[in-house]
Ligand binder design. Structure first.
Ligand code: HEC
Length: 296
């Protein structure tokens, strides 16, 4: 191969390696996109090192339980999820006590009849309504969506939910609102069929934190993000490990590439090459006792 072509190829490979390196290390920065249209909040779970604030998740569960669960289900969660690592991490006794407050239908028993019993850790969160139709009928024709994956399903995720909860305002002059419809800056179309669910001091936190609307909105949002991504913390850890692994791998690839290419670049130095050739010739002659030029 011509030297020039080799140089080009070498440069090209270097560029690819540099670009790959930059994109691997810059990945965490890019993954932290901000939603400019929503109320800004610094979430503890944002970014590659993000983790949930346990106390906030526990308070968020309390808000869900005491306020939202009257209308919204979280059907993917079971009471035992409340104990799991990476979540609110209630103790087993606390979670059992929470579950016990609910009744579920079980059965059939030996007589073939269904019966009610208190919920256990293995039961799913009890739903406020038996089906979509019942919940829609009870809410003036609007369906309170299941919240299991709401934070993931809506553009803006946590910022959207948080902003929506704080986005109730007087409708601007001339804005038409039917009965049971409220003005909310952050709802698409600015009309929502849910009245503002939060009010300062609406509930009392068991850890004594003041229950401002902002605080409750923040906590319940964190809880809903966890419910839609219960393994977020584990995934963040894995993502971080992957990046470290890729950085090490790329460094190794680069070093071995340098090593391999060093052989080619030596050729440029024709004096060295001649010397090396002479040396080999000498050795071969010595061992064979013959003139190496007659070798095929
Ligand atoms: C009285 C029943 C009721 C309560 C209590 C309630 N909601 Fe709602 N919620 C609704 C209804 C009905 C809708 C659908 C509104 C619509 O589609 O216009 C809704 C919609 C929402 C939406 C928008 C969903 C979307 O489609 O983007 C969010 C977010 C939400 N609720 C969060 C909450 C949170 C958080 C709480 C507890 C703090 C709560 N809600 C309490 C009835 C309720």
């Amino acid at each position: 191969m011509k030297e020039k072509t080799l140089d080009h190829l070498n440069n090209f490979i270097n560029k690819i390696l540099i670009i790959t390196f930059l994109s691997v290390t810059a990945f965490p920065a890019f993954s932290e996109e901000k939603n400019v249209n929503f109320i800004e909040n610094k979430w503890s779970f944002d970014g590659i090192f993000g983790t949930f604030d346990r106390a906030s998740l526990q308070r968020g569960f309390q808000v869900y339980q005491e306020v939202c669960s009257g209308c919204h289900s979280v059907k993917h969660l079971s009471y035992r999820n409340l104990i799991e690592k990476g979540g609110p991490e209630f103790s087993e006794d606390q979670a059992k006590a929470i579950a016990k407050q609910f009744e579920v239908t079980d059965g059939p028993n030996s007589e073939g009849e269904m019966f009610n019993r208190p919920a256990k850790l293995s039961d799913k969160f009890v739903k406020p309504y038996p089906n979509v139709e019942a919940s829609t009928a009870a809410n003036g024709g609007a369906y309170p969506p299941d919240m299991s994956v709401l934070a993931k399903a809506r553009a803006g995720g946590a910022d959207y939910i948080y902003s929506l909860l704080l986005g109730y305002e007087e409708a601007p002059e001339g804005f038409d609102l039917d009965d049971g419809v409220y003005y909310n800056k952050y709802m698409p179309g600015q009309k929502i069929k849910m009245s503002s669910p939060l009010d300062d001091g609406l509930i009392e936190y068991s850890d004594g934190t003041e229950t401002t609307v902002e605080q409750m909105a923040k906590d319940v949002t964190a809880f809903l993000v966890w419910s839609s991504e219960p393994h977020l913390e584990a995934q963040h850890k894995m993502g971080f490990k992957t990046i470290i692994y890729l950085v090490i791998l790329l460094t190794l690839v680069y070093l071995s590439k340098q090593k391999v290419w060093a052989r080619f670049s030596k050729k440029k130095d024709s004096k060295n090459e001649e010397d090396a050739f002479d040396k080999v010739e000498e050795i071969v002659t010595q061992y064979e006792g013959e003139d190496p030029k007659t070798f095929k």
